[in-house]
Design a protein around this ligand. Sequence first.
Ligand SMILES: NC(=O)c1ccc[n+]([C@@H]2O[C@H](COP(=O)([O-])OP(=O)(O)OC[C@H]3O[C@@H](n4cnc5c(N)ncnc54)[C@H](O)[C@@H]3O)[C@@H](O)[C@H]2O)c1
Ligand SMILES: [Zn+2]
Length: 359
Amino acid sequence: MRTVSVQLGTRSYAIKIAPGLLDQLGRECAQLELGGRCAVITDANAGRHFARGALKSLAASGFTPVLISVPAGEKSKRLAIAEKCYDQLAAHRLERKSFIVALGGGVVGDLAGFVAATYLRGIPFVQVATTLLAQVDSSVGGKTGVNLRAGKNLVGVFYQPQRVLCDLDALKTLPEREYVSGLAEVIKYGIIYDAKLFAQLERGLPDLLQRNPGTLLEIIARCCEIKAEIVSQDETENGRRAILNFGHTIGHAIENSSGYGKILHGEAISMGQVAAAKISLEILGMPPGDVERIEKLFARAGLPVKLKLDVARRKKLFAAMRLDKKVSGGEIKFVLARKIGEAVRGQKVPARLIESVLA
Ligand SMILES: NC(=O)c1ccc[n+]([C@@H]2O[C@H](COP(=O)([O-])OP(=O)(O)OC[C@H]3O[C@@H](n4cnc5c(N)ncnc54)[C@H](O)[C@@H]3O)[C@@H](O)[C@H]2O)c1
Ligand SMILES: [Zn+2]
């Protein structure tokens, strides 16, 4: 077991990483001085594998859990689904001291976190992250929210969980494409923050692709440490936290312009990060060897590194990029990297350079 703590004063919390943690859910929640009633919000897939275990563990520790299941997929991250959750929380008379358990990947985490943040002006919540992406990224740092037709994550709040559990056993049932998609965020930490981690990933990729438990424990813990460090310096993204968006300006635009769900988040930001590396070469003089290593590692992981675009798609993509939350005053600002391990935020990039890199 590895424990990483996120230091945020009174909102600090622990991330626990180990196999078999789902069975400990009740005991973990019992440490948090919460009320007896709770709701487990999950989706169809995570629910099929883990809901029974979660409910059993909570009941064994004296809690009264109710299960709320939403359809699987990005489409559940919307206000209409949040409203359905509120209705069920109210029907089951959850009160201020009651709590929510988000059981699933990033979609469930973002949605259930948003519901917890807003129901009764905020009730506590615990994350049980069941995808690789959720374990290394979305469950940590308190960004919660839903999508609008106009773009991803346009409605939301910063709201920290009370605890995060990353059960390594949960990754066993994760479909290959989802697992590989999560690796895109893992590689991101190497690029933006930790050259040693990047080199370790280059060496250990075969183990990681085989989901070797020892390798997973080590790598997931390191990713959580990095995210925890960045978030505790800048909880609400007024500055440095923005480096976590490396590859995301183009990545979000790819997701948005191709319709939610067709391209996975990790696949989109894989292409986005390779593009950002190429832009970094032009603007910050990233060594060409680093750009090559980055492209190669994503490709070896089985992630897409190039985007095929016709004129219509390209137009749509640029329109989506301008709607991104990170655009301020009409200018597209990018997170770039000087070299592997060192990201710089707020870099203005001329539109024609973005176009030529995407061409
Ligand atoms: N809040 C943040 O800081 C943050 C950061 C990164 C991404 N995100 C968000 O996270 C979302 C993507 O998360 P995701 O990649 O986890 O997607 P997801 O939650 O949709 O999960 C992927 C798929 O795997 C299924 N699943 C989950 N756990 C499983 C398991 N253990 N075994 C089998 N199937 C399982 C899900 O039902 C779903 O079909 C996006 O909406 C993105 O915007 C949020
Ligand atoms: Zn991401």
